[in-house]
Design a protein around this ligand. Structure first.
Ligand code: ADP
Length: 559
């Protein structure tokens, strides 16, 4: 029998009206702003009420080994785990990031889980959802329009057109827009200048939205965002342009977390979606807090491997919000570990215990890293149909030697039932090992020291090497007094190094830092390593080529 696709499984789901899902976590109909039958945003009144009235539950972060093209399945395991927790009688909600259209039409595929651990309605979630990303795109581009208009209208702020750091965005993988020239034409069309598009999720607007706790906080952060420098080299902010109110207004609904459901009708908050390689990689603080406030076990996910998503979750999101994780689930797949052990993608179906053992070094490093934050960890093997008994037994043995719990997770094939063991073990782990969370560096340390701490403690390289240009940027931030902020490293997700082809657990390498800039609204310093792009491109045959919709509105090919 052929396996069903994710979209076939999702289509067969029996969804509950969203108010019934909300009722499971004590939210009433009045607390919801409904977008049709199965999607809702949570109202401000409800957010304020819940935050005051409820105790926090336990916070579980789902992270992973360094990803490979073989896929590892963090969203699938996050959703499976929350379904599993509910099955064993623990009230649980999941908080996830919302998908960007770029990867949907590129190679990666959906961000709504897989198999019998998905969030639904998956088409809506993967496509325009409740319009949050479009609102962010508009908000970002309002700022761009105002910058160029300001210059055109006489440039009272003396903005240096050569030093505008604010970029336009679009929610699409479109390499043609990476480097553009704008304002071509006549006098009335403005002053021509070079500009650059990023994908919306890389925008500081996305980071600000994910880190804001209310509208006032949002507005203050938007006001602080630096759009470039004037002719004296001093920063120009959104507040200087006097548009923070208008930008905040465009985001008024986007700031409210979205509620949907899993295939087993358990609540799922899906809100905010920065990538973890080029941005901070976590869903909104508001969504995580809502999940924590309304349930006993909140499951949340951070993007890519634990060197990126989990590090930023701990050092940026938790540091800023006061959140404190109680446990981390590190997702690994046997296929991916074999690739880290040197096996070619085409050979992954063949049993190879030796390669698995070699590739285990990648998992070991991520487990050790998570423990450095003072948080207990458990490994979840996301089981694929080709995994052999000998490979599973070997992985269990290696985890035992390392002193880390391991659970064989079959939530892709069996839904929550396949994650019951993981759920039980996570509950036990939280009961037995009390977390003592602490970030890995002191934000008051120098930029160079903070980056070096991440490179040495997390990536396990020798040091960060700053290019001459990056050194100058560091000095400038120090002069401006904007250096005492957390670090957001932009780095390839495929390797601990800045070279995507070096898999496993490499040592004796340096990390080259090419660009250092402040996201003053988000409140972190972006440190860009070599070879990282903020506007992805599409592959030779994009996923878009196999998608379709028929006259009844039935979609095919969307995973
Ligand atoms: P991540 O969150 O790590 O990016 P996802 O959970 O989104 O990964 O899964 C990526 C893709 O892999 C999805 O299309 C999903 O259907 C598929 N997938 C996940 N787990 C399994 C599994 N155990 N067997 C087969 N396919 C899987």
């Amino acid at each position: 029998m052929a396996f069903k696709t994710d979209i076939q499984i999702a289509d067969e789901a029996t969804m509950l009206p969203i108010e019934e899902v909300a009722a499971k976590i004590g939210l009433e109909k009045d607390d919801l702003e409904q977008y049709g039958k199965y999607k809702a945003k949570i109202s401000w009144e409800a957010i304020k009420k819940i935050d005051k009235e409820n105790e926090y539950g336990k916070l579980i972060l789902v992270s992973a080994i360094s990803p490979t093209p073989a896929g590892e399945g963090k969203s699938t395991v996050s959703i499976g785990l929350t379904q599993g927790l509910n099955r064993i009688g623990k009230k649980s909600a999941v908080a996830l990031r919302e998908p960007s259209l770029g990867p949907v039409f590129g190679v990666k595929g959906g961000a709504a889980g897989g198999g019998y651990s998905q969030v639904v309605p998956m088409e809506d979630i993967n496509l325009h959802f409740t319009g949050d990303l479009h609102a962010m795109t508009a908000a970002n581009n309002l700022i761009s329009a105002c910058i160029d208009n300001h210059i055109h209208q006489g440039n009272a702020l003396r903005i240096d057109a050569r030093q505008i750091t604010w970029k336009r965005v679009i929610d699409m993988n479109d390499r043609a827009l990476r480097n553009v020239v704008i304002s071509l034409g006549k006098k009335a069309d403005g002053f021509p200048r070079e500009d650059h598009f990023m994908i919306t999720v890389a925008s500081e607007i996305m980071a600000v939205l994910c880190l804001s706790e209310n509208i006032e906080d949002l507005k203050n952060r938007l006001a602080r965002m630096i759009i470039g420098y004037n002719l004296d080299g001093n920063p120009i902010t959104v507040a200087d342009l006097e548009i923070q109110g208008a930008v905040a207004m465009l985001l008024k609904d986007a700031l409210k977390p979205n509620l949907v459901q899993t295939l087993e009708n358990t609540p799922a908050f899906i809100h905010g979606g920065p990538f973890a390689n080029i941005a901070h990689g976590c869903n909104s603080i508001l969504a995580t807090k809502l999940a924590l406030n309304t349930s006993d076990y909140a499951v949340t996910e951070a993007g890519f491997g634990a060197d990126l998503g989990a590090e930023k979750f701990m050092d940026i999101k938790c540091r800023m919000s006061g959140l404190s994780p109680d446990a981390v689930v590190i997702v690994a797949t046997i296929k991916a570990l074999k690739m880290h052990g040197g096996v070619d993608k085409k050979e992954l179906k063949t049993e190879n215990v030796e390669a698995l053992e070699k590739g285990f070094a990648n998992l070991r490093r991520h487990v050790e890293n998570v423990k450095k934050f003072g948080v207990p960890a458990i490994v979840a093997i996301n089981r694929f149909a080709d995994d052999t008994e000998a490979e599973i037994a070997k992985l269990e043995e290696l985890c035992k030697e390392l002193g880390v719990r391991i659970s064989l997770c079959e939530c892709f094939a069996k839904g929550g039932e396949g994650a019951e063991d993981l759920a039980k073990q996570v509950v036990e782990l939280i009961d037995e090992e009390k977390a003592d969370f602490k970030p890995i560096y002191d934000e008051n340390d120098s930029i160079v020291n903070k980056v070096n701490t991440i490179v040495r403690e997390i990536y396990r390289g020798r040091q960060a090497k700053f290019t001459t240009a990056a050194k100058k940027q560091v000095k400038k931030l120090e002069e401006l007094g904007l250096d005492k902020l957390p670090i957001c490293v932009a780095k390839t997700q495929f390797s601990f190094t800045d070279d995507k082809d070096i898999m496993g657990a490499p040592t004796d390498f340096d990390i080259e830092i090419q660009d250092v800039r402040v996201s003053a609204g988000a409140g972190f310093i972006v440190v860009q390593t070599s070879n990282i792009m903020v506007m992805p491109g599409l592959p030779k045959i994009p996923a878009a080529n196999k998608m379709d919709i028929d006259n009844d509105g039935v979609i095919t090919g969307l995973f």
